[in-house]
Design a protein around this ligand. Structure first.
Ligand SMILES: Nc1ncnc2c1ncn2[C@@H]1O[C@H](COP(=O)(O)OP(=O)(O)O)[C@@H](O)[C@H]1O
Ligand SMILES: [Mg+2]
Length: 486
């Protein structure tokens, strides 16, 4: 390989057919005279423009190519070289760091010598070692091209905001489960908004046997195994549900608050008493209608109960999860749109309560297709207020434009799977931790189950890995008509 050009932080490197360089690989451009090296990643492989390359190569021949002139047609036997050159490729590389005095720095401002520099491939294990991508809480993400493991540190997802995105079926939920069970293994508290009902059986291995996570996975099915006792509900949580999930206007909300307090003070807070009080309310017809329709939504959701024995589940699970680590899987698969918002509003309200009173230290939240249940104002809340309370969110989606721009700008880690659609790539490239060229060029060619990892977990050295398989029962398989038919 030979250094050809440098423009800003882009290097162009000539590579010959036997050198076998691919997109995503790292190169080390070592200038021994300067005592330092550039670390660059190949983001595109193009055909080399032959005249330019030829000139370049001839210049490096011992006599500068002078002896080529003369009577003979091919005195230097250059013809085979020309074919060789025709197959040469131009590697477009993005400079990621400078290596000097055994340390990496992000600088790319110096120019390595064209004649003296040696260029070689930098293997991923060496890169991981140089960049010190390791730690006390390893999570094996998968294998890289040179058959080494990509291991990240759980500490690098602590306190962070993460995005997992890519086309349908390429392995997003899979990597989310991988991260989730590993965090669980380190004793973390995890909450999953499980839109497709595919996380509940992670306590079983593929053959159906219980695994080490079995006692830590708490599957909650709203309105079935997951209900809330009305007299244990905090007023601010109910108001959150009414105002945000059920869009109750301000005046009616004030009335509701009054009724609720009255019943609670008398110790008569039940669903039927609440309905009765609304029916007998002496007020404007519109207000009564507004309250009455919200009341029916609450009742119809089946999520609320008068019997404390049926409820208290969330608190219990949170308590267990706090002591030994645990995951609350909120199964939203068969929940209607409106009920989903009620449940999510309740769970988030409850988490904020538990975290602000230090009943819980921190929660890792995994949210699949969050735009289907997360209310408008939560998006900004998640990057600011919620994060401050200790809710660290990972969004998983195959529609990147459903995630707010502020989330991309603040995201600490991105696990990017294949995208071919220009618009999707454009959206993802708004992320602050990555440059648009890398996203566009590498994501487009990722095979299924391969993920480009970006951000803090890889110390901003984007790395492609094949995500490892998991021996977990997922129930996430697509339901098909022709499967198992002969
Ligand atoms: N790295 C992997 N190794 C083995 N199987 C995988 C891997 N990633 C995904 N799968 C399988 O491929 C299918 C689709 O993956 P999934 O994570 O559900 O895709 P997505 O959430 O992106 O739609 C699932 O059956 C899953 O078990
Ligand atoms: Mg999925």
């Amino acid at each position: 390989m030979k250094l050809y050009k440098k423009e800003g932080n882009i290097l162009q490197v000539l590579s010959f057919p036997n050198e076998n360089a691919e997109k995503g690989d790292y190169l080390m451009v070592e200038d021994s005279d300067a005592g330092k090296a550039l670390i660059a990643q190949i983001i595109d492989v193009q055909f080399a423009a032959v005249p330019g390359v030829l000139e370049e190569l001839l210049r490096t021949l011992p006599d500068g190519g002078e002896s080529i002139q003369g009577e003979d047609i091919d005195p230097m036997d250059i013809a085979p070289h020309i074919t060789y050159i025709q197959d040469a490729s131009l590697l477009i590389c993005k400079i990621r760091a400078t290596f000097e005095n055994e340390a990496l720095s992000p600088s790319s401002s110096w120019l390595p010598s064209r004649s003296q520099s040696t260029i070689k491939r930098l293997s991923i294990p060496t890169l991981l070692k140089l960049a010190k991508i390791e730690g006390k809480h390893p999570i094996i993400l998968g294998g890289t091209k040179d058959s080494s493991l990509l291991t990240i540190d759980a500490d690098a997802v602590d306190g962070t905001l993460n995005i997992i995105t890519g086309k349908k079926g390429c392995g997003k939920s899979h990597v989310s489960k991988l991260l989730m069970v590993n965090l669980l293994g380190y004793g973390a508290t995890v909450v999953v908004f499980d839109l497709n009902g595919e996380y509940s059986s992670l306590g079983l291995s593929v053959d159906g046997k219980r695994n080490m996570y079995y006692n830590k996975i708490h599957a909650l099915i709203p309105s079935q195994t997951f209900k809330v006792a009305i007299d244990q509900l905090h007023l601010n949580v109910v108001m959150g549900i009414l105002v945000h999930a059920l869009h109750l206007p301000g005046t009616s909300a004030r009335e509701f608050r009054r009724i609720w307090k009255q019943l609670r003070d008398k110790g008569e807070l039940t669903l039927s008493n609440l309905g009765e009080a609304i029916r007998n309310l002496n007020c404007n017809q519109h207000v009564r209608d507004a309250l009455s329709s919200r009341y029916h939504s609450l009742v119809n959701s089946g999520f609320f109960t008068d019997k404390p024995a049926e409820a208290a589940l969330l608190d219990e699970c949170l308590l267990k999860a706090k002591d030994q680590g645990g995951a609350l899987i909120v199964n939203l698969k068969n929940t209607s749109n409106i009920d989903r918002q009620i449940v999510v509003e309740y769970v988030l309200g409850k988490l904020v309560d538990s975290l602000s009173s230090w009943k819980l230290k921190a929660v890792f939240l995994f949210a699949e297709e969050a735009h289907l249940y997360l209310r408008e104002t939560y998006w900004d809340d998640i990057v600011t207020r919620m994060r401050h309370f200790g809710i660290f969110t990972t969004f998983i989606t195959n529609q990147p434009d459903t995630i707010r721009e502020s989330i991309y700008r603040q995201a600490d880690n991105i696990f990017l799977f294949n995208f071919t659609n220009e618009h999707d790539l454009e959206v993802v490239s708004r992320a602050a931790r990555v440059d648009a060229e890398t996203v566009r060029s590498i994501a487009r060619d990722l095979p299924p189950h391969h993920c480009l990892t970006l951000g803090r977990v890889v110390h901003d050295f984007p790395i492609v890995a094949r995500v490892r398989a998991l021996d977990l029962k997922t129930m996430g398989e697509t339901r098909l008509f022709f499967k198992d038919m002969n």
